[in-house]
Design a protein around this ligand. Structure first.
Ligand code: UDP
Ligand code: MG
Length: 303
């Protein structure tokens, strides 16, 4: 059995050598290949990893020509991985490599995806923990596939899952969602997320928001339907305003400003009609979107 370990790294010169060492010592009794994906680092990350590579002829590095992002880095790693099982792990040792043994044990029991689920997140700001908490709950509500809460990308996947992922041609990738989408038997193992010991988070707010948007829009067309619901509400309100203004006209004609009733009704009614029409367009765009993603209709479990 060969285990591939994919490690995306972006400007991790302070810690990448340590990561290498910890992974090598953790995996010394398992046949493995480490695949570092250098996501366009501007520091010494590349030189450090290339200096370490001769230690194990299986290990490799993929260098990106610029920063293409974490999700692209995974995809590159998956394309190069040759193992029977593939582990994805962050390069900053926040995900404890010792958990890999537990993952392998579950894999041997027959689970094809073993994801690491965070109990605690040490050393992360309240803001990050709060936004992450909300994000996992929101995406859980909006999508029909169930993406386990509080799981990052740290996970082990069987070869059959990796082959399916490579078959998905879509461009804005949210790997955690795609892994759930392809199905197969899954289980989580719990762990406490450690603090970063060196360097800083490479996920500024901007990248977090983009990832969250890719996650939600990639797996749900609920946002497209929003205007339809607003439109229905507005049309109902228009009907209420209409009834109210007519009543007022007859019950207290002396206080009613001429033209008020017809104007109000027209404004609210047409706002409702417009929003509903946008909503109908949204429903069709949602379908076009499903088509262009070109995901297969079903996936067989050929075990
Ligand atoms: N990373 C990457 N490309 C990026 C941003 C991050 O390859 O554009 C890598 C980074 O080097 C690290 C992993 O992705 O190994 C997770 O990033 P980080 O630790 O900054 O995220 P956080 O743990 O703060 O969510
Ligand atoms: Mg990190």
């Amino acid at each position: 059995m060969l285990l591939s370990v994919i490690i995306p790294v972006y400007n991790e010169e302070e810690i990448v050598a340590k990561t290498y060492e910890v992974l090598e010592s953790e995996l010394k009794n398992i046949e493995h290949e480490l695949i570092f994906v250098n996501d366009g680092s501007k520091d010494k990350t590349r030189e450090i990893v290339e200096g370490l590579l001769p230690g194990n002829p299986n290990n490799k590095i993929i260098n990106f020509s610029r920063n293409f992002g974490h999700q692209a880095a995974f995809s590159a790693g998956l394309d190069k991985a040759t193992g029977d099982a593939v582990v994805i792990i962050d390069g900053d040792l926040q995900d404890p490599p010792s958990l890999i043994h537990e993952m392998i044990a579950k894999w041997k029991e027959g689970y094809q995806v073993v994801y690491a689920q965070r109990n605690k997140r040490a050393g992360e700001t309240l803001f990050k923990r709060f936004t992450a908490f909300c994000f996992y709950r929101l995406i859980g509500k909006l999508t029909s596939i169930d993406i386990p809460a509080d799981t990052g990308d740290y996970r082990l996947m069987d070869r059959c899952v990796v082959d399916q992922l490579k078959n998905l041609p879509e461009r804005s990738r949210f790997l955690r969602g795609l892994v759930c989408w392809v199905g197969f038997k899954k289980i989580g193992v719990k762990y406490d997320r450690a603090e970063r010991t060196a360097g800083q988070s490479k996920y500024p707010l901007k990248k977090m928001v983009r990832l969250a948007a890719d996650g939600i829009t990639g797996f749900s067309s609920a946002p497209l339907k929003v205007s339809f619901y607003f439109g229905m509400v507005a049309t109902l309100v228009a009907f209420g305003v209409f009834v109210w203004s007519i009543l007022e006209k007859f019950l207290s004609p002396e206080t009613t400003v001429p033209g008020w009733a017809s104007l109000m009704t027209a404004i609210v009614f047409f706002a409702g009609v417009q929003l509903m029409s946008i909503g109908i367009l949204g429903a069709y765009i949602g379908r076009i979107y499903d088509e262009v993603k070109q995901r297969p209709l079903y996936i067989e479990d050929k075990k």
